[in-house]
Design a protein around this ligand. Sequence first.
Ligand SMILES: Nc1ncnc2c1ncn2[C@@H]1O[C@H](COP(=O)(O)OP(=O)(O)O)[C@@H](O)[C@H]1O
Ligand SMILES: [Mg+2]
Length: 233
Amino acid sequence: MPIQFTDVNKSYMSGEVPVHALKDVSFHIPDESIVVILGPSGSGKSTLMNVAGGIDQPDTGRIEINKHHLDVLNTRQLTDFRRRFAGFIFQQYNLIPTLTVKENVEVGRELSDHPLAMDDILEKVGMLDKQDKFPYQLSGGEQQRTAIARAVIKNPAFLLCDEPTGALDEATGKQILALLKYVNEQHKTTVMIITHNIGIGDMAHKVLKMKSGEIIETLEHAEPLDPKRVSWT
Ligand SMILES: Nc1ncnc2c1ncn2[C@@H]1O[C@H](COP(=O)(O)OP(=O)(O)O)[C@@H](O)[C@H]1O
Ligand SMILES: [Mg+2]
């Protein structure tokens, strides 16, 4: 899914004071890309992901995702867009506590009419042997990997990931990044990764650096690095 943002603005009220979370943000992401969003805390990364995925709407500006003009869709149409095209990995894992790992991932599978295979995805996130455990029996990293499996198994055209490796050590984090690259290549998925980890930018086709709600730098990599070789900070 190609992505086009044109002069996108989004403000929140923080008490009496408006916070300008996105300021005239414009960029283009070609179809089938991996895009990495870098920037300090509070720079607008999650807000950008939320409006790109149709979770939230901009105040002004245009957002076009593969011919879908998200900025003019109503709530019901946005829900339909998310259901059909988008998969999310949130910073909070939002697992259902009464369901096992496999049952949580099954929730993602049932949302799709062209899902990936359960055992393959559980294996790729390293949770095959823990599939019958409940979230309270898992470490933070295992919960994150379960949430990642739930998003990936849906096989969405557009996969949006907010700090997907935040709770993971280097080896597990790189395993997850390799999975994201795999779905990008094998299933033509456009993958958006928000991260604090600057080295991860090297695996992207495009890097957007944000500061105070603005994109301050854009990088392109003709030959992105293999995730196993990115430097980890
Ligand atoms: N729902 C909200 N209500 C009020 N302020 C918000 C809300 N969401 C984000 N903000 C503010 O918008 C700015 C950008 O936030 P965010 O997009 O979460 O940044 P990042 O993900 O880069 O840390 C911050 O100043 C944050 O406090
Ligand atoms: Mg954030």
